[in-house]
Design a protein around this ligand. Structure first.
Ligand SMILES: C[S@@+](CC[C@H](N)C(=O)[O-])C[C@H]1O[C@@H](n2cnc3c(N)ncnc32)[C@H](O)[C@@H]1O
Length: 185
């Protein structure tokens, strides 16, 4: 598997770097790319529309927040069955508790809404597709070891839910929506 080979290479680079680099660089490497657990990756892939490579990139993007010292919560709009959410949650935990963050998950779990006038032909074929599952999402987050207090699932259409929550600071917001109704509502 490509991602197993990638994980092995990253581990080798990390070990070599630890052995030869000065203290300052080693400190920064504390947040260097850590591999995603293979069993979590397998479950995430089974419940995500996101490609394995892009799930790895999501994982890396969250770890980068630690490396760059960017504080704040992580938000995902478009959760579906929780595959990418579990990856985000796992990576968030890997950052440690120096900067306690929360994962905010927004979805109607009712699938894609109707496309708008600005949308292309393809978007108009999506209405009602990608119906997700809040329960499946909770299961994956549990498998990823994300404690209940570290994530919040906000169920409903963005237009209704986003104005109701106050997130003090957002470090990263991930959206995976394909229509203007999803993006702007
Ligand atoms: C492409 S899927 C998300 C993929 C997911 N991140 C994964 O890991 O596979 C899009 C999701 O966005 C949700 N969604 C789209 N537009 C929405 C809206 N306006 N309000 C709430 N949820 C919405 C759908 O219910 C669906 O679960």
């Amino acid at each position: 598997m490509l991602w197993r080979a990638m994980n092995r290479s990253l581990e080798l680079i990390r070990r070599t770097a630890r052995a030869v680099l000065p203290d300052e660089v080693r400190r920064r490497l504390r947040y260097a790319a850590r591999p995603l657990a293979p069993d979590l990756m397998a479950s995430a892939c089974a419940h995500s529309l996101v490609t394995p490579l892009n799930l790895h990139l999501l994982h890396e993007l969250v770890q980068r927040l630690g490396r760059l010292g960017i504080e704040g919560d992580i938000v995902e709009c478009g959760v579906y069955r929780g595959g990418s959410a579990a990856v985000l949650g796992s990576a968030m935990l890997g950052l440690g508790d120096e900067c306690p963050r929360k994962l905010w998950l927004f979805d109607s779990f009712a699938g894609m809404p109707a496309a708008g006038e600005q949308d292309g032909e393809f978007s108009h074929t999506l209405k009602g597709t990608y119906v997700g599952s809040e329960q499946q999402t909770r299961q994956l987050l549990e498998q990823a070891g994300v404690p209940g207090g570290r994530f919040q699932i906000v169920t409903g259409f963005y237009a209704d839910t986003l104005p109701t929550v106050e997130i003090p600071r957002i470090a990263r917001c991930c959206t995976s929506t394909a229509t203007s109704m999803s993006r702007t509502s």
